[in-house]
Design a binder for this molecule. Structure first.
Ligand SMILES: NCCCC[C@H](NC(=O)[C@@H](N)CCCCN)C(=O)O
Length: 554
């Protein structure tokens, strides 16, 4: 390298540094995704130890999006991002997530029970004028105090995590535009999915550690990870500062945010189609994810493994997690291997490890470990599909295929799985296959949707564009966990009555719901997303949006 090219080299021109920056951002998102779903695999324990029924659980989970949607926090987050820049917003989002998480943790601790704070929450927040009338209050009369306070923490965390999401997206565009942008976004999402799988495995383990159930241990684990996420963002802060010093750029100063920028985003039909498709698709995935473990518990018969069996030990949990890392690492590495034999070898290793992972999940007879395979497939293939979008394009077609697979999976869960309840092996096999196909769908849509946004709006307003899409998406993410909880209670009236009258225990009730109605509702969202996908293909052709074109011109 001669001295002139050294002078023009910036941090982002070095592939190693660029990918290291991605690692910091992605690891922070990995930690936040763990926290986001930390209570999902222990819904049954929340019911049996804290008295959260489906409505309380759904309301508390839905609160994550409350401030973002109804107080328009996400829109402000977009403005902060475009005004203050990526690095400031990254650190701010890390701090906000941590504050919310600590509150959430305290709410589910033993110390909260019987405290003055618990009494206060029991006596207050039972009626929120305006919000109650509109049916959008994140609290209701009779909601357990711990669920109310946890909801307060979770809504603060929700502001931080969504702010982090748009910030990381803009950060990736800043460091990777014109390079491997979709692969980088796919890799970031892959690590986030690994976070969800990690949480599915470790959250129940921490809650049941030492044979004593304490749900707050799981949340504490998430809080520690969020501290690490904040450190990652701080490290990113300094690297990003150095990049700006090298390039002499300061996007936020050169291109200050103007409210009129929002107008130019909103007048784009392509933007609207992508935003609507996003809300429909994600509403059928993330809210489902919060109930999926419980849905499996209700639709499959799990035989408790004897406490002295090898399959009941925490060692198995750790081994299974290591196997999961092999699946993820081998599939991920296959993207970067130039030799076909090496690539295929890595994919075979990933496939074999995946089968072992599934077998272990079956032997452990727990719904959490069966569902843990869902994000795992996405870990492996999201980067592969991102790479495909970078080099071959076809993003709009991938959105259509992803929606089709989504419909197929929710209908299988709704009608085929309950029919196989008596078949111990058949039920699990169908559950695994359907979860894997859903995982493929969950790779196709995100890998193609997010890298398409920079094609729809001007580069200088990308932060606001992501914020607006996230805001629209958050309306669905707020509504659907709540709706699923309500639909579950409404379509299981006998179970709810038996529980109230003490005919069945909370433990029995927790695993006896009929999930058909909520699943059909989610399949309908898939149908609407599919229709929008076709419309988007037509609009893309007519307006030449370039959604089917590759990101990298070769
Ligand atoms: N760089 C891509 C960022 C988007 C990833 C996307 N996340 C979201 O859409 C979040 N708004 C959702 C947060 C979930 C709330 N429970 C993803 O595919 O994960």
């Amino acid at each position: 390298m001669n001295s002139t090219s050294q002078i023009h080299q910036t941090l982002r021109d070095s592939a190693g540094i660029r990918w290291m920056v991605l690692l910091f951002l992605a690891f922070a998102m990995f930690c936040s995704y763990i926290f986001m779903d930390i209570l999902s695999p222990i819904k049954d324990l929340m019911q049996s130890t804290r008295g959260w029924d489906s409505t309380a659980f759904g309301t508390m989970q839905g609160s994550e999006t409350f401030l973002n949607v109804f107080v328009f926090f996400l829109i402000f987050a977009g403005i902060i991002l475009d005004k203050m820049g990526v690095r400031f917003t990254a650190v701010l989002s890390g701090a906000v997530m941590l504050v919310g998480a600590v509150i959430n943790w305290y709410a589910v601790t033993e110390s909260f029970q019987g405290s003055g704070l618990e009494t206060w929450f029991n006596n207050n927040l039972n009626y929120i004028p305006g919000f109650d009338e509109l049916g959008i209050s994140p609290f209701y009369e009779g909601m357990p105090a711990s669920a109310k306070f946890a909801a307060v923490g979770f809504m603060i965390f929700g502001c931080g995590v969504e702010m982090a999401g748009i910030t990381v997206s803009r950060g990736i565009v800043k460091w990777f535009k014109g390079r491997e942008m979709a692969l980088a976004m796919g890799s970031e999402m892959a690590l986030a999915r690994l976070g969800v799988a990690t949480c599915m495995i470790f959250s129940p383990m921490f809650a049941k550690l030492g044979g004593v159930i304490d749900v707050s241990r799981s949340v504490a684990f998430g809080v520690v990870l969020l501290m690490i996420a904040l450190i990652m963002f701080i490290v990113y802060f300094f690297m990003d500062k150095k990049l700006d010093a090298q390039t002499g750029e300061a996007e936020e100063k050169d291109d200050p945010f103007k409210i009129s920028d929002l107008g130019s985003i909103l007048s784009s039909s392509g933007f609207w189609l992508v935003a609507l498709l996003c809300v429909l698709y994600y509403s059928a995935i993330f809210p489902f994810q919060k109930y999926a473990v419980n849905m499996l518990q209700c639709n499959l018969v799990f035989t408790e493994v004897p406490a002295d069996s090898f399959w009941a030990t925490n060692t198995v949990t750790v081994i299974q997690y290591l196997i999961m890392l092999v699946v993820a690492a081998a599939a991920f590495a296959s993207n970067f291997s130039k030799r076909a034999s090496m690539k295929n070898g890595l994919l075979v290793v990933a496939g074999v490890a995946l089968v072992i992972f599934c077998y272990m999940g079956y032997m452990r007879q727990s719904a959490e470990t069966v569902f843990a395979v869902f994000p795992l497939l996405a870990v492996g293939i999201t980067p592969i599909l991102g790479n495909y979008v970078d080099h071959k394009g076809k993003a709009a077609s991938m959105l259509v295929i992803g929606s089709l697979l989504l419909i197929f999976c929710h209908l299988t869960f709704a009608f085929v799985l309950p029919a196989l309840k008596e078949s111990a092996v058949g039920g699990i096999v169908v559950a695994y296959l359907t979860i894997l196909v859903l995982g493929a769908s969950f790779s196709l849509v995100p890998a193609s949707l997010w890298p398409s946004v920079p094609k729809l709006v001007d580069a200088k307003i990308i932060g606001s564009a992501y914020a607006l899409i996230f805001w629209i998406q958050n309306i669905g993410l707020w509504l659907f966990p709540l709706l699923i909880g309500k639909v579950l209670d409404k379509t299981n009236p006998q179970l709810v009555a038996d529980l109230q009258n003490g005919v069945i225990t909370p433990e029995e009730a927790a695993v006896s719901y009929d999930y058909t109605a909520p699943l059909v509702m989610l399949a309908c969202l898939g149908v609407a997303a599919l229709i929008l996908g076709f419309v988007l293909k037509v609009v893309d052709r007519k307006k030449g949006l370039g959604l089917e074109a590759p990101n990298i011109k070769e």
